[in-house]
Design a protein around this ligand. Sequence first.
Ligand SMILES: [Zn+2]
Ligand SMILES: [Zn+2]
Length: 196
Amino acid sequence: MIHPHTRLMTHYLFQDEVDILMAHLWMQDVNGWGARRLDAALYDLAAAPIPCAEEAPMGSASRKAARLIRADADGVPAWALIASPDSAVRVNSRAVPAGLCVLADRDEIRTGDGIQYFFSTESLATVVSFPGAERPVYCGRCREPIEAGAPAVCCPGCGIWYNQSAEFPCWTYSNKCAFCGHPTALDTGFSWTPED
Ligand SMILES: [Zn+2]
Ligand SMILES: [Zn+2]
């Protein structure tokens, strides 16, 4: 019998990968647009200009009260915006029906006091220490098992893992992911910014 969790594993969706494939929130400061990694579970947009994670209950009767809440579904990372009933928060220039909106890539969020954000699901290819898994995970290039703790890259496009060390530079061996064609350069930055 195949345990449901085992089936999920074959699709390369481990909790550790979900943590690596991280959404971003674009916001402006004096230096222009910058992307903040959404690595917490909760952000308060009323704490603008820089939202911060906090546990306090949502302030009542604030026209700008809105929160971003991480709501993963079946191991796939997802984010929702929750707005207070009298909030003037808009997503893509529209009011937020029932105070709830599941965010999609490049959604524009504008708070009641006019501060603009963009949500992005794009994540950057980064070399991390391979977290390990219950079953062997094979490198997308050389097909050898990747050892826990080995330097590795999780492709932001498809979630396939590759070795990436001086000895085994499998991720950067080609300029594209062998499975989804995502560029393998490690220093290209985001392919989309709010200026596009
Ligand atoms: Zn390899
Ligand atoms: Zn890929």
